[in-house]
Design a protein around this ligand. Sequence first.
Ligand SMILES: *Cc1c(COP(=O)(O)O)cnc(C)c1O
Length: 421
Amino acid sequence: MNGEEMPDAGVHMSMTPVLHADRLAGVEHGAIHSPIHTSVQYTFERTSDLIDLFQGRLKGRFNYARSGTPTIAALERKITHLEGGRETVCFASGMAAISAVFLSLLRAGDHIVVSRFLFGGTVNLLDTLQGFGVHVSFVDTCDVRNVRAEVGENTRLVFVETVANPATQIPDLESIGQLCRERELLFIVDNTVTSPALFRPATVGAGLVVNSLSKTLGGHGVALGGAVTDTGRFDWTLYPNIAARYRNADPAQWGIQQLRKKGLRDVGGALSSDHAHRIAIGVETLVLRATQTGGTALALARFLREHAAIGEVHYPGLETHPQHELAKRLFANGAWLLSFELKRANDMIPFLDRLRVAGRGTGMGDNRTLVIPVAPTIYWEIDREVREQMKISDGLIRVSIGLEDPRDLIRDFDEALQLCS
Ligand SMILES: *Cc1c(COP(=O)(O)O)cnc(C)c1O
């Protein structure tokens, strides 16, 4: 950092409700963490309670771990606090959460509009859905006009990510939220790359928010998980695909109830209590980590931008980023993901091999910095033409920033870059 100050990447969100959620929910013995409940089955003193639970009249009890446990419910409360939402359902992974959303809310003949810059697993899942008769329009969501042009009679929802991985495009989130409100469409935002510490999609009108808990929410990289939060912003009476049996409760519950039943009970991608506990521990430090990684990412992005061997640097915190103003307005900082190109693609492998602090690997949002050349790994099955549309050049390197001392990271990159000149 050559004596330069760390950029201010402070996140000013309060973690107080999250830190005290377990204790205030009344854990036995005054424990400050919700215990890890490993029981799959639960029994009842009175048969009528068991019946009431099945019929939705009894809340806060559990019958079978595929539909939830007290440990998972404790994590769900924390995610709901973080997103400022109404209710959260957790799943075994981010992809299990996204699968549950699509499978429980879409039917053959429905049409959806999605971002052209989506996580690879989501793109593959959409391919499967198309096989089941769901029509999908992939558009550049950085301009709301592209979304508007696709909306038709059978359009049910719009799905975007906050910051695209790896080239960091940002959709026109406010305008898409407005469009969805006007056209009575469900707006779903995958908040994984920003996390609720940096951005709450509820503020732009998202009805559902998806988070992979395997990334920065957990942080430690020791457990997979996913979550879907109902923000309360969508009027479920407008949504045609809610089954009659889920229309009996309070309309605010219709969507989340169907998601819990169909997505969790029927699809079965349930989180384990052990993993819920590990993720809940990680979540406690989310704001601290988001502040630290945001500062480091900006410092590294600025260093890379000035380096003679480097071409483009993609990072929303840089003034040169096409959606920098939008990112500044909506996000507490530029997040922990950046990517850049070496001027000479041939330098890529020796450069990466030379890094000593950053690890070579595919993960994101871990407490350790990880780097990966994206074209020959994550995107090697994708046609060059599509890669170019996604701004993935042959020499593009993705960096997921961890908690190392930023000076150590910059020194590491600086030394490895000496090979490239
Ligand atoms: C990683 C990721 C997912 C999938 O999450 P898993 O927990 O790995 O299944 C979904 N969306 C985005 C944006 C991701 O980065």
